[in-house]
Write a protein that binds this ligand. Sequence first.
Ligand code: NDP
Length: 391
Amino acid sequence: MAKVLCVLYDDPTDGYPTAYARDGLPRIESYPDGQSAPASRGVGFTPGHLLGSVSGELGLRAFLESRGHTLVVTSDKEGDGSVFDRELVDADVVISQPFWPAYLTAERITAAKNLKLAVTAGIGSDHVDLEAAITHGVTVAEVTYSNSISVAEHVVMMTLSLVRNYFPSHRVVLDGGWNVADCVARSYDLEGMHVGTVAAGRIGIAVLRRLAPFDVKLHYTDRRRLPSAIEEELGLVFHESAADMVPHCDVVTINAPLHTETEHLFDEKLLATMKRGTYLINTARAKIVDQEAVQHALESGRLAGYAGDVWYPQPAPADHPWRSMPHHGMTPHISGSSLSAQARYATGTREILESWFDGIPIRDEYLIVAGGALAGTGAHSYAVNPATAES
Ligand code: NDP
């Protein structure tokens, strides 16, 4: 029987919810590329309930215990003597989310003598040392596509929020004010602007498709060119590199993975080539931008706004400079953890576990490492030596 160690974020500050804003969720059967949504043989939760926090347990407890397995759930993952470190020594399976990642370093993987499977409930396994996983024969899997659309929606929300000056205008209402000029002196229409994405993978394309009806001019750069049918349908302008693209854009959204090519891609030099007053949205990984360069660009007006949900480090300390820089619309790392996304990645996590325990192959698109090598999605999108261990 297996010991499953699940690291989840803390419950809400006022306790686990007993009621929700809405009843149920729309049913999503498949994703835009035709991949079917996660499907487990049973479901141990109510769709629309909070699953990603400790008491939500990803809805796994009854399923695992009915099969004789042990489930340990904790949010305590850092520092000497953390529950995660204590429980890891004899765990067979580790599950965590990128929003509250259990960093599986080489040392931890070496210490976890029984560890055979590491599941990312969500997308992005850069909190796992993949080289160590390969060496120790640990399988790594994630729920590919489960929250890509959730992130794309967050990008659209942040784009409109920055351009239309939503956050400061809402602040005026909260503060009891009504100075219209205070609100509109930085407010523009998105219509007619040039919007570019760095990378047009699952999230990048979804952002382009969602922004097209706003009558914007769309640009993209990627390692590979999209099929000409998509370029024509959306009126896309392709650029060979981010450096070629950004001087043409009023809004830039970053949707590329963090690796050696993209780490600190948006440094002082690149930011200086952008139009004065560009908006930059980054929901990919914080280290794709130079933290101080972004602060300076907001202070100088090179950037009119910066928003996203990825930070370095995470959780961001209370005095993180990005909390107080001007004209930002940052959130904690939440874009991929809406209640809708949680239902999908909790189902996908159970689907992976059902396959694992029943000796059925895990879907290829969920695999990152298997059989001592990068596999499935991992073989296409991951490298064994990522730029940095950050989520
Ligand atoms: P995909 O793998 O679908 O797409 C990534 C795209 O980026 C691919 O087309 C890839 O090309 C391209 N790419 C890689 N390197 C470069 C480069 N140097 N310049 C331009 N393009 C490049 O990933 P997703 O769209 O699903 O996710 C993108 C990123 O978003 C993830 O890597 C992750 O960091 C982040 N993410 C954030 C979440 C959040 O909660 N904030 C949740 C989920 C993801 P190729 O295929 O040739 O490698």
